[in-house]
Design a protein around this ligand. Structure first.
Ligand code: 6PG
Length: 475
């Protein structure tokens, strides 16, 4: 181990995949890093395996030694499972800290927990930062997108380090201080909701090509790869193209063909929905994506249902590659628009003053949802948006004008041929709802007043009104 007398710039506790990668990234950028871990026997091998970066690390198994190895005011990044383990570590480390020190939670935490922890820790004179980290292990090692919450003081303390290690988009670090307490973790949660939606719409297009058009994984992978040079250019299309073209060494078959069709989830997509509903929003594309993961787990029921429920297909599916590409683009725009609406509503609710343009900018590189579109969104948010709506920005309207027809054809064709496209169709329904000035809720109001005397507003008069409804016979 290294000379403990030389203070570290930051401490990293938790040497799992993400913690190790971030510690190495910090060391790569010249920072001295104290490292520790619950399983103490991970520490020494981590430091020894750091190669030429070994001298940048101070390993410490004991919490007091770990804390005292870090220069004051201390920055201590926890990369551990969210929930109870984080609360336990806060309790354990707080007695060793001094006012001005900052605890950073880099996990996918529930922002309500982050708000609670911030309030409690700030009473001690220390700071608590909830920091969303996106980009997986590779991103953490070579440049993640970082969504930072917490106090302005803690941001000043962290800024040089996080700006150094973050991904860069044309030189601009993909990190910023987004707001107080839970703002960073909330933005990361919504990022993940959009991530779920994007993964699902890509999977639905894969399903159309596989099940209705009979294409091989290799062919679909090549098609996705060709989309990387167009408006869909993104990390998730790149990953999907590469995954589809990967061959299983054991069977020689496409690896995706031997993977069980049950998706896992750790909860961030679901949190996005729960919070969306709480702030009066409906994120239908994200909801469809979370729901589809849930249904995917019901494999046994689906297998029983397959021969029992007739397909009753009304038409043969048309899988035009250009339409599929643009259908994906339209649905991607819509799922992001839904995500940004949730952010705007939560920003009002929690007085965070979130900057949507800046959020778009720090998502342009490093994170899982990075795509060519994020730059368009950032530019759109910097213009005067009609009604504050992303989809009403002239540049975004142009993109939708050029793609919504394709989404309509793909959804119509899939529906008629019996192929499930829950997220694509939810996107289209959302678009058709948002663009209609006169909806159908007048009947909902009539129904509510009919059975519950809830009242309604009239188009032609002020105030609350009730209908003189005709009685209906009840049993
Ligand atoms: C990221 C990802 C990451 C997330 C995984 C798995 O931005 O790097 O969002 O934080 O943990 O994608 O999430 P699920 O297990 O919920 O799919």
């Amino acid at each position: 181990m290294n000379d403990r007398k030389t203070s570290a710039d930051i401490g990293v506790f938790g040497l799992g995949t993400m913690g190790s990668a971030l510690a190495l990234n910090l060391a790569d950028h010249g920072f001295k890093v104290a490292v520790s871990n619950k399983e103490a026997d991970w520490i020494e091998p981590f430091v020894q395996n750091a190669g030429k970066l070994e001298a940048q690390f101070i390993g410490a198994a004991d919490l007091a030694d770990f804390v005292s190895a870090i220069s004051r005011p201390r920055s201590i990044l926890f990369m551990i499972p969210s929930g109870a383990p984080m609360d336990a570590m806060i309790d354990a480390i707080l007695p060793h800290l001094e006012p001005g020190d900052t605890i950073i939670d880099g996990g996918n935490a529930d922002f309500h927990d982050t708000r609670r922890r911030s309030a409690a820790i700030e009473k001690t004179g220390c700071h608590f930062v909830g920091m969303g980290v996106s980009g997986g292990a590779d991103g953490a090692r070579h440049g993640p997108s970082l969504m930072v919450g917490g106090t302005k003081e803690s941001w000043q303390q962290l800024r040089p380090m996080v700006e150094a290690i973050a991904a860069k988009f044309e030189g601009d670090p993909c990190v910023d201080h987004l707001g107080p307490d839970g703002a960073g973790h909330f933005v990361k949660t919504v990022h993940n909701g959009i991530e779920y939606a994007d993964m699902q719409i890509i999977a639905e297009v894969y399903g159309i090509l596989r099940d209705a058009d009979g294409q091989t994984a290799q062919d679909i992978g090549s098609l996705f790869e060709s989309w990387q040079t167009g408006p869909l250019s993104s990390y998730l299309i790149e990953v999907s193209a590469a995954a589809l073209q990967t061959v299983d060494a054991e069977t020689g078959r496409p690896l995706v063909d031997v993977i069980f069709d049950q998706a896992g989830q750790k909860g961030t997509g679901r949190w996005t929905l729960i919070e969306a509903l709480k702030v009066g929003q409906s994120a239908s594309t994200i909801e469809a994506a979370v729901g589809a993961r849930g249904w995917s787990s019901e494999k046994a029921s689906r297998l029983i249902a397959e021969p029992l429920l007739a397909s009753d297909a009304q038409a043969t599916l048309v899988a035009d590659p250009a339409d599929l590409e643009y259908a994906l683009l339209a649905a991607r725009i819509i799922s992001h628009a839904q995500g940004f609406r949730i952010l705007a509503a939560a920003s009002d609710e929690f007085a965070w003053d979130l900057d949507m343009a800046r959020i778009s900018e720090i998502w342009r590189a490093g994170c899982i949802i990075r795509s060519a579109l994020l730059d368009d969104f950032a530019n759109a948010f910097r213009t005067d948006l009609p009604a504050g709506e992303l989809i009403l920005a002239p540049a975004i309207r142009d993109l939708l004008d050029g793609s919504i027809g394709a989404l309509r054809r793909v959804v119509a064709s899939a529906v008629l041929s019996g192929v499930a496209v829950p997220a694509l169709s939810a996107s289209l329904a959302w678009y058709d709802t948002i663009r209609r000035g006169r909806g159908t809720a007048n009947l909902i109001q009539a129904q509510r007043d009919f059975f519950g005397s809830h009242g309604f507003a009239r188009l032609d008069q002020d105030g609350q009104h009730h209908g003189d409804w005709k009685a209906i016979a009840t049993n």
